[in-house]
Design a protein around this ligand. Structure first.
Ligand SMILES: [Mg+2]
Length: 265
């Protein structure tokens, strides 16, 4: 193993809701001290990197915007790789539209033709938006989904996620989307190029076998499961997706990395 960088999931790995998890601040400080590069990855397209910088700052974790990659930002980078300048119809919230505009694409409300229909979480989704997206995809627009998550867990209930809206558009248009967020390799390739590292030099830290660890396997990077979120030890025994390393929490992972670095030198 030659570990030079980590992709790090946020919810369930660094914090739960608005509360930081055990040792997450120390873990990030340790990575900085030993020069392991990192990038936080989140499938949430309704927030901008700045929002995460602020959220993490409230937990005493200091980060920069460049250290955060949301599915919205990754989608914008993907669009700009298709075409320098283009037009999109967006089912999504302000943060996603801002990300797309920031790469010189136009977000159009009423058009007969666009290059891409982008679907992310939109908490004011309605029939009219579904009708427009369907019309534009049937008229030749590429169908792009920020992330596949059908649900997302709130403090005391389960809400529909972007994937539920993507499913509606997919049913109407009879087309499958290009998915950008985890576990798709698209966001992974963008993340590796942001880190400037190759897959064998990178690992993923996450709390979900079916997204984070599966994503790591697809990207051929090392996988580190932390048992502080969704997946439990029992799930791991039942699952076909096996992480390379499993830790109770980030303190245990920090101890492991210390040992690894000492052995290497
Ligand atoms: Mg998570």
């Amino acid at each position: 193993m030659s570990l030079k960088g980590l992709l790090i999931d946020l919810d369930g790995s660094i914090y739960k809701g608005n509360t930081s998890l055990h040792y997450s601040r120390e873990f990030i400080e340790f990575l900085r001290k030993v020069n392991i590069k990192f990038l936080f990855l989140t499938n949430n397209s309704t927030q901008l990197p700045m929002d995460y910088v602020n959220k993490l700052r409230n937990m005493d974790i200091e980060t920069k915007e460049e250290e955060i990659l949301t599915s919205g930002i990754a989608t914008a980078i993907y669009l700009s790789s298709l075409k320098n300048v283009g037009n999109a119809y967006v089912i999504g919230e302000e943060a996603l539209k801002k990300a797309i505009i920031s790469v010189n694409w136009k977000v159009l409300e009423d058009a007969d033709y666009v290059d891409a229909v982008v679907v992310g979480l939109d908490r004011s989704f309605n029939f009219e938006k579904l009708r427009k997206a369907n019309y534009l995809i049937r008229n030749g627009a590429k169908f792009i989904a920020t992330n596949p998550d059908k649900t997302f867990p709130m403090e005391n209930r389960i809400d529909p996620g972007a994937g539920s809206l993507v499913a509606a558009v997919s049913a109407a248009s009879e087309k499958k989307p290009i998915v950008i967020g985890k576990p798709s390799p698209y966001i992974g390739k963008i993340a590796l190029s942001k880190l400037g590292l190759k897959s064998h030099e990178v690992g993923i830290v996450g709390d979900r076998l079916d997204t984070d660890i599966l994503f790591g396997k697809r990207l051929k990077i090392k996988t580190f499961l932390v048992l502080t979120g969704i997946s439990k030890r029992e799930d791991m025994e039942k699952s076909k997706i096996k992480p390379d390393f499993v830790f109770e929490n980030l303190e245990e992972m920090t101890m492991f990395l210390k040992g690894y670095l000492e052995n290497k030198s």
